[in-house]
Design a protein. Sequence first.
Length: 395
Amino acid sequence: MFQLDLAPADPILGLTETFKADTHPDKINLGVGVYQDATGKTPILKAVTQAETHLLKNESSKGYLPIPGVPELATHTQELLFGAGHAIIQEGRARTAQTPGGTGALRVAADFLLRAAPKATVWLSNPSWANHQAIFEAAGFPVKDYRYYDKASQGFDSEGFMADLEGVAEGDIVILHSCCHNPSGIDLDQTAWEAIATQAKAKNLICLVDFAYQGFGEGLEGDRAGLHVLLDAGLSVLVASSFSKNFGLYSERIGTITVVEETANDAINAFSHVQAAIRAIYSSPPAHGGKIVATILGDATLKALWIEELAEMRSRTKAMRQAFVQGMTDRQQVVDFDFINHQKGMFSFLGLTQEQVLKLRANNHIYIVGSGRINVAGITPANIDLLCDAVTKVL
C-alpha cells in the first residue's frame, strides 16, 4: 500500500543498537546521550526513589491530567528558570505547560510558533542537537544555521556567529542552547548573549531557549545566566526544559514549555495557543514524571537531596573531562586536548575524523558518533585507560 523506501537509521540510536550487538567484554559506548555513574550505569536518584515511594502511598487516581499537566510543576519550573520571587513570576508574565520530555516541549513550541510566526525561518547553531532540524521542519518551518563551532580552535566561532546573527531577518526564530551545548560542550559567552538580545530587540526576533541541562554546567543558577540576559532586556522568550538529565528521568519523558511575555494578558493569550497545540498533539501529558519532579521540588528535604545528587553528577562529569585530558597528555604530545577542560556538560568534540572514529569502533570496540562527539559521562575509571590508549593510536 505505502510506496516508501526504508527510512534512514537515527545516527545516535542506531549506534546504540550496534553497540548492544557487540559481544566484546571491553566495549565502550560514548555515543548515547545519557548520564552514567562511575560503574557505567544510569542511576535512579535517591530523591526520585523517595518521591516515588511517597506517590505510591498517597496516589488515589489515574485520571487524566489537565492539558498543562501537574499544576505545581509549573510553579517549580518557573522558580528554577527565574528564581523564587522573580518579577516575571510575581507579575504573571510566564505560563508553563508540562510536556513529554524536552523533545515534546520543542515540538509544542514549533506548533505554537507556526501559529504565531508562520512565515519565519528557524535558525539553529552549526552544529546543533541532531533532532532540532527534524522537529522544526516537520512543523513546516524552513531551517537555516548560524556558525557556532570553530574546528581549528576547538572553540566558539565568535566572528562567524556575530556575522550570521546580523543576517537573521526580521521576525525570524533563533534556537539557543542555554548551557552545556549539545554536541560541542561550548557555551555562549556574555558578549554573545548581549549581542543576541540587541539583535532580538532591533529585529523582533523570537528566541527559543533549549534548556536541556540545567545544573550540569555551573549549577542551577549559573546555567540560567544567558537566559536572564534576554529576560533583563525585556524580551518575550520561549523556554523548553528537560528533566531527563538533571533528575535522571529519561524513561518518564518529562519536560516543560514556558512562554514569557511582556504583560500578564499577553502571556494568557499566548498560552491559550500553547494549550491548543498540546490538545492537537497528545491532549494531556503522562502524569508520573511530572508528579515526581513536583514532589521533589515541593519538599525542602527532597529538594536539598536532589541538589546534592545533581552536584555529584556535575562533579563526576567534570572529573572525567580532566582525567581524559591528563591521560592524553601523559601518552602523547601531538594533540593538546586541554580545550575539553573548558567545555561544559556531558558532550565534547574530540576533533577526530570519521575515519578515526571508525577505526576506534573496528579495532577497539569504542562507539562514538561519526562527528567525533562523545558523551563524557560515558567515561569511567574502569575504561579511561582503554579509551586514552585507543585514541592515542588513531591520532
